[in-house]
Design a protein around this ligand. Sequence first.
Ligand SMILES: [Zn+2]
Length: 364
Amino acid sequence: MAKISVHGNIIPIVVCCSFLSLIPVPTKSQQVETLPIHTRRISERVIVAWPGDHAQTTNMIAIASERGIVVVDTESSWSVTAEIRDVFARELQRNDFVYLINTHGHTDHGGGNQVFQDAVIVAHERSPGMQVNALGSGNLERRRERLDYWLTGMSQQLESLPAEGPEALAIEERSRWVRRILTDLGPNFELTLPKVTFPDRLNIDLGDLTVRIYYFGGLHTNDHVVVHVPEEGLLMTGDILAESWIPVLSEGDDVNIPFMLANWDTILQEEDQIRHIVHGHWDLGISLLYFQQAHRYVRTLWEEVIEAHSLGTDLETVCEQLDLENRFPEFRELVHEYEGVDYHRRNIELMWALRGDESPVGYR
Ligand SMILES: [Zn+2]
């Protein structure tokens, strides 16, 4: 039996493995769009899998421990998530999935949760609310409309491209992917929310492996977590960072930057042992160097904003002090302005808006 520890309490988890036969699969009469499934073996115990060659799909990661298989993230499509689950089971020659971790509440990381109802689904405490907002019964229609809108846009793009050209093939695959997600949002879709949630850190003891989950809210989303498996030197960063961009803070007053930075410090204490960093998406990646540089960037911005606040300095002066070109030359070539938004300045402004709280919001 695996043990899960939240704030030092040990909660025993009993896992029922007979659920798999209850998962609905599309009937043969339904038109099912197919995408090739790719896998990458990171080690004896760790496999990464994703569908497609062009669509931006999600890296699903399986980690085999002596107390069961832990999976990080699902695809948007639950039926493709089921295919990948089968691939994991075949590759690892076992079917004892004990935990699924959602790195954040976006549909492309938890839209396939229903395939893992026999496992314990774990996420940050804000994730269930985000998932209800995206996929709850009152919001499904809006989701379908958005997917239809993307499909229309892509079919218009296809009309102006030479058929069989690389661009057309890529868009064609993306359209197939969106159609598959839409089909999955039919009567067999079942909103399946994380059952175990936590505010800051959570450790899962799996005997020969430990899965450490850290709150990283404030980057990409306010409920984001990073998953570290020290025995494998494995870090799964979800969507918190993308190497071609400077770090981008998410909006909202419910983030806790000091907590995120404390977690970042903890992970970097073992930076020498990090051998693999897996991004949330197969077509993106980050290096350890970038992870370290991003840490210095966020920490420096936060400390100087706090200091400026205590000294009574104004926002403009802080922005000048933190000039990207001079202070972070390693980020000079990265995207920091997009569609008229200066994301470096925006990061400082978001921190400026948070700094007034001596004790961090939500984590007093
Ligand atoms: Zn994503």
